[in-house]
Design a protein around this ligand. Structure first.
Ligand code: M6R
Length: 366
């Protein structure tokens, strides 16, 4: 049932090509520049009147939500807050009218998330769940459910459920932006064209996975690993670090690259591997400065960059490339490289990849 792959995780990383395709199926029209989310029980008027989105999630799903926050604010101009579920319940949140609560949970069974959803429902706001499991507990609690169509995910480390959660968050943010007149159908046509290219671009990354494997083997016994990203790729840096620690048991930390100089830089030593997501775009120059800061401490820079970037090789020790894409969609490609890096590091360390120690696929205790 692993279809020839050594582990479910590797199989599921590969399945992202079809999973994203399936999640998109029937939801986008390139011709009209429209997004169809008929499962969303909200009228156009209700979408226009939204004043706030409140995202609730844990772990990897929280990382998806963090990208969602950037998307809702940047594309749709809707204020968005995101909370870790185990914190939300106990912090007496201030809620106002016009808030849509979105719970993100691949399993639909995470106890912390269910508890946070029950808390948010006491404020009478509309609720939406993004989940992968049909009929899971969360689907019975909320007003609307959007399903990621990733298929069963067996590996404890979430991979295809994460990228399909991101896919739905892109669709939601763009739909809200359209309804609120923040994006034109013409822009959305271009966006859909680019989004549809993503599965093929992921396939290209997978075709070159041996390069990521070689890199993983070089640093497989590092004492500590750092992951840095900015803007839309900040959540991806956090996700890269979480994947690595979950399955390889290496100490890994993810940071917003700009925060490095505010403390974490003290941890850098000669040869510490620092993965830096260096996608061309709004913050590229700042990322190059971060690379220089890291190099000045003799740490080793592993950059993730677009394959048309001819500059990055001058700064980084190792460059892992992804097909050139828009900055907006780059998280969907960059994360695949980080999943492979975690996988091959764990493989080189002979770890129990599909069932890492101390972890369960769904966490049903608070
Ligand atoms: O099922 P959920 O998405 O609610 O799970 C949340 C976290 O427990 C989960 O993402 C966890 O961090 C995974 N092991 C990540 O790989």
């Amino acid at each position: 049932e692993k279809a020839g792959y050594e582990h479910f995780m590797l199989k599921e990383i590969h399945e992202q090509v079809s999973a994203i395709h399936n999640t998109l199926a029937g939801k986008v029209s390139e011709l009209e520049g429209t997004i169809y989310l008929k499962e969303l029980n909200m009228t156009e008027d209700e979408i226009r009147k939204l004043s706030r989105v409140q995202i609730l999630a844990c772990g990897t799903s929280w990382h998806a939500g963090l990208l969602g926050k950037y998307l809702f604010e940047q594309l749709a101009g809707i204020h968005c807050d995101i909370d870790i579920c185990s914190e939300y319940r106990y912090r007496n949140p201030v809620m106002n009218d016009g808030t849509l609560a979105i719970a993100i949970t691949q399993s639909g069974e995470t106890a912390d998330t269910l508890a946070a959803v029950r808390e948010v429902m006491s404020y009478n706001c509309p609720t939406l769940a993004i989940t992968n499991v049909v009929g899971s507990t969360i689907t019975r609690e909320v007003d609307s459910v959007l399903y990621t169509r990733a298929g069963p995910e067996i590996g404890v480390a979430a991979t295809k459920t994460f990228s399909t959660q991101l896919t739905l968050l892109y669709l939601l943010a763009v739909k809200f932006a359209l309804s609120r007149g923040k994006l034109s159908p013409n822009y959305v046509k271009g966006f859909i064209t680019d989004l549809r290219k993503v599965p093929g671009q992921i396939q290209q990354i997978l075709n070159q996975k041996e390069i990521v494997k070689e890199c993983a083997e070089i640093f497989a016994h590092a004492k500590s690993y750092f992951f840095l990203g900015r803007h839309l790729n900040y959540p991806i840096a956090l996700e890269g670090a979480l994947k690595l620690k979950e399955i390889s048991y290496l100490h890994a930390e993810g940071f917003a690259a700009g925060e490095l100089k505010h403390g974490p830089i003290a941890l850098l030593e000669k040869g510490t591997p620092v993965v830096i997501i260096a996608t061309k775009g709004q913050t590229y120059d700042k990322v190059l400065s971060n690379i220089k800061e890291v190099k000045a401490r003799d740490a080793t820079v592993i950059a993730i960059a677009g394959n048309k970037d001819s500059e990055i090789g001058k700064y980084a020790d190792v460059v892992l490339t992804v097909p050139q894409s828009s900055e907006l969609l780059s998280p969907l490609l960059n994360v695949v490289v980080l999943q492979l890096l975690a996988y091959y590091t764990a493989l080189a360390r002979s770890c129990s990849i599909d069932k890492p120690r101390n972890l369960a696929k769904s966490v049903t205790v608070e």
